[in-house]
Design a binder for this molecule. Structure first.
Ligand code: MN
Length: 204
């Protein structure tokens, strides 16, 4: 993905007419140049608002802003992946090769079985839904994932640099219901070196 301060609508590696008859020129043009562009514009507008608030030293509604941002970044990132998943008519389809073919057969038993499960995941997903093939790096197993909403406050595929568990079981014995006090304490025990290491790995 391009390295810029703001998001940019990615150019397609094929023409709008190239996916017909499977996806019409009109459908693809509107989807890319209107719908995807709207996510890019939406995310950039929020980033600009946050930049300005930080520069001016004023607060903004963090909770609402992050939700709105995840809707737009989620839409942008997922569409960007979708476009590179597609190939012009006559050049796509068929069977995967290489390590992907081996991984799918090993996990699902056969390509047909994978396609059947992926199809079911895609057909049954709720909301602003997506079906995705993912890879777990702990088990190296390819896993199918349903994305029910791309505004679940998660930026798809973004590497996590730091986390804080704020579910009750993380603090109720020490801090009872006072989550804010627990969060404040976190800043005294955070390991910045590990966070920095993950940042450096991610930008290598
Ligand atoms: Mn779409």
């Amino acid at each position: 993905m391009e390295q810029t301060k703001f998001y940019v609508l990615p150019k397609l590696s094929y023409d709008y007419k190239d996916l017909a008859p499977y996806m019409s020129e009109e459908q693809l043009r509107i989807h890319h140049s209107k719908h995807h562009q709207a996510y890019v514009n939406g995310a950039n507008a929020i980033l600009e608002r946050m930049d300005k608030a930080r520069k001016d030293g004023v607060d903004f509604d963090v909770k609402a802003t992050l939700k709105e941002l995840s809707w737009n970044i989620g839409g942008h990132l997922l569409h960007s992946l979708f476009w590179i998943n597609l190939a012009p008519s006559g050049k796509g389809g068929g069977k995967p090769g290489g390590r992907l073919a081996d991984a799918l057969v090993k996990e699902f038993g056969s390509l047909e079985r994978f396609k059947k499960e992926f199809t079911t995941a895609a057909v049954s997903v709720e909301g602003s839904g997506w079906a995705a093939l993912t890879l777990c790096r702990q088990t190296n197993r390819p896993l199918i994932m349903q994305v029910e909403k791309h505004n679940m406050n998660v930026y798809p595929a973004f590497r996590i640099l730091m986390v804080l568990d704020v579910f009750e079981h993380a603090y109720y014995i020490d801090y009872k219901n006072d989550r804010a006090k627990f969060v404040e304490a976190f800043w005294s025990i955070v390991n910045w070196d590990t966070v920095n290491k993950r940042l450096e790995e991610a930008t290598r």
